[in-house]
Design a protein around this ligand. Sequence first.
Ligand code: NAP
Ligand code: 3JM
Length: 335
Amino acid sequence: MAVNVAVVGATGAVGEEFLRILESRKFPIKELKLLASKRSAGKKIKFCGIDYTVQELNRHSFQGIKIALFSAGSSVSKEYVPYAIESGAVCVDNSSAFRMDDDVPLVVPEVNPQDIAKHQGVIANPNCSTIQMVVALKPIHDVARIKRVIVSTYQAVSGAGLKAVDELQKETASILAGRTDFKRNLFPYQIAFNVLPQIPQSNAFLPNGYTSEEMKMVNETKKIMGDNSIRVTATTVRVPVVRGHSESVNVETEKKITASEVKKLLSKAPGVKLVDDPANQLYPLATMSAGKDEVFVGRIREDESIDKGINMWIVSDNIRKGAALNAIQIAEKLL
Ligand code: NAP
Ligand code: 3JM
């Protein structure tokens, strides 16, 4: 049955991807409403060959809407999700606004689809770095019980929105042209030809010395996996890549599991594509993941410094599985 759908943040990096995926997966849409701020009101966006006009978001935007896909930041979600629920819509929210609320399911369909049914009007989409990691961890946890995870990320600039992609491109061009007058707006330091151990780019650091992105990975992983005993520690890092987050992940398990057992498990796991052929220099790459749906896993090997440990390299398109695709998979299950 076709339903009325609203996309909040339709002009952004995630919003654009929402539209591409809704179109390609033939999501059953009766009427589509594209919402953004005043800045983009009136702009035309093509969807399925038809021009739609972007409207300014307001509290009455959700009349008659059945599914609202939010990706306009946490303050917009905090303010407008309640109006959407009041209008009878079910919201899938891409922001961090409600993720850790007890009455809000935090869902990755390959991991905890059963939690969707518990929703009270809003289902939260996890952080991009968490999503790709738990897709690969769940099959291992089910067999060997994961005790501890140590993760370092290599995150693409598109995770910080379209303006961040623009800044990387312009700064790179400026440096290559030998200029020294490039004016940054977003990142705290040069991102071109550099690596920044800080995400997000502003107000990142918490009293414990971690960034909010790092603590999202810690707390969200426990909630999605439904296991508070899993210990997680993270270092999240921005790299000058446009699209695709990479992660070096070390897991310690309760039960011994070999690298070849992990490869076998992940070769059959939902949403995972195993790319692990060292003899032929085959392993996951950000460039391989861009525009694809899967979570790519490779470089699987035993951690020789402990008894029961595995190292792996996990890569996925941060705007697709990390954001828009995961949210649309949730919406498909809602229908
Ligand atoms: P972006 O490219 O900067 O786009 C931001 C979007 O939000 C634009 O459509 C913008 O509209 C809209 N917007 C901003 N302020 C608004 C307001 N006051 N009212 C209505 N619309 C407003 O950012 P993005 O990368 O698409 O990310 C958007 C949000 O999605 C993030 O802030 C984050 O919460 C979430 N996100 C989640 C993940 C994840 O891991 N699940 C990944 C990336 C992003 P205008 O064109 O009018 O400015
Ligand atoms: C990814 O301040 C904000 O609106 C947050 C923006 C943001 C978030 C977030 O916290 O919702 C940018 C990029 C995320 C996220 O997925 O957590």
